[in-house]
Design a protein around this ligand. Structure first.
Ligand SMILES: Nc1nc2c(c(=O)[nH]1)N[C@H]1C(S)=C(S)[C@@H](COP(=O)(O)OP(=O)(O)OC[C@H]3O[C@@H](n4cnc5c(=O)[nH]c(N)nc54)[C@H](O)[C@@H]3O)O[C@H]1N2
Ligand SMILES: Nc1nc2c(c(=O)[nH]1)N[C@H]1C(S)=C(S)[C@@H](COP(=O)(O)OP(=O)(O)OC[C@H]3O[C@@H](n4cnc5c(=O)[nH]c(N)nc54)[C@H](O)[C@@H]3O)O[C@H]1N2
Ligand code: SF4
Ligand SMILES: [Mo]
Length: 732
């Protein structure tokens, strides 16, 4: 059935009510008839925004005569609720951007900007021969290093990982820069990462957004926060910066960075002193609670907490009373606040606050951070055996396999590898040139490579440092299935238009490379050489996944995204996944890993005398890291980066509005235009991370690869203390 846009909008209520009056035209293949036929009415497809974003929006794309006309939010997915963010509405500009990587290209010499178009066959031939050459020279494929992170979180895009597994054992970037310290904190406390349905935040009577800039980074949660607020809930934002989110709060608390644990301990002490503790919940569900209570009594005072955090005693008292006595109270601990050397420990202290007040396991409550319950796919595209006879790296456990290096110290770790050294890089869904700390080291590392392949849609900084770039499709040009790490929905992503130019998905690239590898050397690659994307998609669904979603075949997702059948409150059943099966306020596992067993205070990192100003480089509104900001509409909305600086601090350095400022430390520098504002404090400057088209702006020239305290347990490596970054300023 073909649906016109008018009918569709008119049918929104019916769709949402599930009357089935309007069903989407299901195209299991690109329908040549639809593409060829000139039609007045658009054909609608279901897509999912695959970016590394809390919201993982379900989208409806409107295609007319094979052209993507517009993209909207899917009204059937109640978290997306028919709306997108500012970035989501620019997708047509991404698909049809003249700056896209259109064909396979080679660059001679690397970094010269001298690109020539080559055929897919030549590209694959060059790459396959290089892989085989390295394998012959070093006796294994370990000199090949793979780095993929969050450009596209679609399940079929794990084929990029599969490309590597299927050629042999390789060197792999392991970890995540996003959220590892907090994941470990929640793993020590609750056994894994599992939060309430964000739609359940509407049931809260009190909400603390702890370091979350949701108004930019998770816009679709805001309607639920507002729902709660309309019912009378108070919303508190704790952040060193008066963000857009803070401007919407009933109470904004400007905290000194990295001291959230001190504030939470002060609150805990006040809750204890007033006996607002939910003793029944804490004693029945946790271990080590009384030990922590003794710590609070013996070590924590409100005056200490106030001095540490910069939050006055009266405010700590008010916050503690309101949080402990207004049930249910929801806390959202975001990723920004754990990017510190004590970030994980601070999350553990906040978790303990939730436990002490009995807010865990309750609808409208929770200490919410993220979830992976909806990610139980087969990962068929990702997992392929190494070819027979492959030689791997012998790990500490004596097992042969890939050689894992730290994604969060990538440049250093790549260069440190010996026997064999890393000689070739394969980058997909990843832009370390812009996103990794210590950009100078990244540049040096790229320069030391024999061969670099990147797969991307734009000529970003990483591509500029590559020998060959392979052009990637967008989500409108390939099939996929996507889950979110915040909401509970899973959606199918249909191929809505023919791939532009000669672009291919990471899955198609994997199949193509396998064909070439096997043609050159039979048995050298185990990746299947054929299969339609729909066939691949079908293989990703397990019976458990179907059960969770209440469907029997994946095609059902074309009719509507599905929400996992899980209770709205995580941990409602009280079955925690820790070794003791209880909440571990005292965690032996943490102690075994060299961390405090209890959620106690750990000192924050202090500014060195030479670099007294903290430089916070948080996530931008108009971009998702290095994506979107390069599009023409975004360049209009947000034409240049700026350095947010308090007038008093600016005065100290003789800086006025609009001056160019060199922000520097012993690692490097970045020059940015000053914007004087009281939204930041007198010892913190702010500029939002990522890549600006045609500019060398990159905050990561100043950011050291300082590890956060946690992450290794659940994600393989500790996170990054991005916000423990200290600089000095100079007017230029
Ligand atoms: N528009 C947009 N959305 C995004 C992204 C994006 O780049 N752009 N990125 C996505 C990704 S990958 C991620 S990981 C998430 C991140 O989502 P968020 O965690 O919401 O975002 P951040 O910008 O990393 O940090 C949020 C806030 O943490 C504050 N902060 C820093 N240090 C501290 C501290 O010590 N204590 C407290 N209380 N606050 C602190 C910062 O001032 C900032 O305002 O967002 C996702 N969504
Ligand atoms: N200073 C500072 N640095 C930070 C942070 C910070 O707060 N401050 N935050 C960190 C965080 S939380 C994160 S998550 C990282 C993000 O680091 P990355 O995951 O590297 O970030 P992106 O900019 O999203 O880059 C992904 C690349 O994937 C490409 N891509 C998109 N779709 C596809 C596809 O289908 N196939 C292929 N092959 N490529 C595709 C995009 O064009 C883009 O170039 O940055 C980190 N860096
Ligand atoms: S970037 Fe995030 S909020 Fe925006 S459309 Fe994509 S998933 Fe939705
Ligand atoms: Mo992230």
């Amino acid at each position: 059935m073909r649906i016109s846009r008018r009918q569709f909008i008119g049918g929104t209520a019916a769709l949402a009510a599930g009357t089935g009056l309007f069903s989407f035209r299901m195209l299991t293949k690109l329908d040549p008839a639809a593409a060829a036929q000139s039609s007045a009415e658009p054909v609608l497809y279901r897509n999912v925004c695959p970016r590394n974003c809390y919201d993982t929006c379900s989208q409806i794309s409107y295609v007319q005569d094979g052209v993507l006309q517009r993209v909207e939010g899917d009204p059937k997915q109640t978290y997306t609720n028919g709306k997108l963010c500012v970035k989501g509405y620019t997708y047509t500009r991404r698909v049809y951007s003249p700056d896209r990587v259109k064909y396979p290209m080679k660059q001679t010499s690397r970094g010269s900007g001298h690109w020539t178009r080559i055929s897919w066959d030549e590209a694959m031939d060059t790459i396959a021969k290089k892989i085989l050459d390295l394998k012959k020279r070093y006796g294994s494929t370990l000199p090949i290093c793979f780095d993929k992170y969050s450009g596209n979180f679609g399940i079929l895009h794990y084929a990029a990982d599969g490309t590597m597994s299927s050629i042999g054992y390789t060197t792999r970037a392991l970890g995540t820069p996003c959220w590892p310290a907090g994941i470990d904190a929640q793993t020590y406390d609750f056994g894994t990462l599992y939060s309430n349905d964000p739609e359940d935040m509407g049931n809260a009577n009190y909400i603390i957004l702890w370091g979350s800039n949701a108004a930019w980074t998770a816009v679709h949660t805001f309607p639920f926060i507002n729902q709660a607020r309309e019912r009378g809930a108070k919303v508190v934002v704790i952040d060193p910066i008066v963000t857009s989110t803070a401007s919407k709060a009933d109470l904004y608390i400007q905290i000194k960075p990295s001291t959230d644990g001190a504030l939470a301990l002060g609150m805990a002490r006040h809750i204890l002193d007033n006996n607002w503790v939910d003793w029944n919940y804490a004693h029945a569900n946790s271990v080590g609670f009384d030990e922590w209570v003794s710590y609070l009594k013996n070590n924590v005072t409100l005056e200490w907490a106030a001095a540490k955090s910069g939050v006055p005693v009266d405010i700590i008292k008010e916050l503690a009373r309101e949080y402990a006595t207004t049930k249910p109270a929801s806390m959202w601990v975001s990723y920004g606040m754990q990017r510190h050397t004590n970030g994980g420990q601070n999350v553990r202290i906040i978790d303990a606050l939730g436990v002490m007040t009995g807010n865990v396991g309750k609808s409208g409550g929770g200490v919410n951070y993220g979830q992976l319950e909806t990610w139980g796919f087969n990962y068929y595209a990702m997992t392929h055996p190494a070819p027979n006879g492959s030689k791997g790296f012998i790990g500490p456990d004596g097992k042969e396999g890939d050689r894992m290096i730290n994604m969060n110290n990538f440049a250093h770790d790549v260069m440190a590898q010996k026997d064999p050294p890393v000689k070739m890089l394969w980058l997909a869904c990843r832009n370390p040139g812009s996103q990794d700390p210590d950009t100078t080291a990244i540049e040096k590392m790229f320069a030391s490579m024999e061969f670099v392949v990147s797969v991307d849609s734009f000529f970003n900084k990483t591509v500029q440092m590559s020998d060959i770039v392979l052009p990637a499709t967008t989500q409108f040009e390939n099939w996929d299935v996507n889950a979110g790490y915040w909401h509970y929905w899973v959606g199918i992503n249909q191929k809505a238009i023919k791939p532009m130019y000669e672009t291919k998905s990471d899955l198609e690239i994997a199949m193509l490379l396998s064909q070439k590898m096997n043609a050159l050397s039979s048995g050298s690659c185990t990746f299947p050489t054929s299969g339609s994307e729909e066939e691949w998609l079908g293989k990703e669904f397990s019976p458990a996944m179907y059960h969770l979603l209440g469907i029997t075949n994946w095609q059902a997702l074309i009719d509507s995204p599905r929400k996992a059948k899980m209770p709205p409150a995580s941990w409602a059943d009280g079955k925690f996944r820790t070794p003791s099966k209880k909440i571990e306020i005292h965690s032996d596992l943490a102690a075994k890993n060299g961390l405090p067993a209890l959620p106690i205070w750990v000192e924050e990192m202090k500014a060195p005398a030479k670099y007294p100003v903290r430089f916070i480089t948080a996530h931008p509104q108009h971009g998702l890291h290095s994506q979107f900001q390069n599009l023409d509409w975004m360049m209009v909305a947000n034409p240049e980066p700026k350095l947010e600086i308090h007038p008093n601090l600016a005065a100290k350095y003789g800086i006025r509005e609009g001056d160019m400022v060199k922000v520097f430390n012993d690692l490097g520098s970045v020059t940015i235009k000053a914007h004087l504002t009281r939204t930041t404090s007198e010892d913190v400057v702010v500029s939002y991370e990522a890549w600006y088209k045609g500019s060398n702006y990159d905050v990561n020239y100043t950011v050291k690869a300082i590890p956060s305290d946690m992450g290794k347990q659940a994600t393989g490596n500790n996170g990054l203390a991005f916000h423990d970054n200290f600089v000095s300023l100079q007017k230029v």
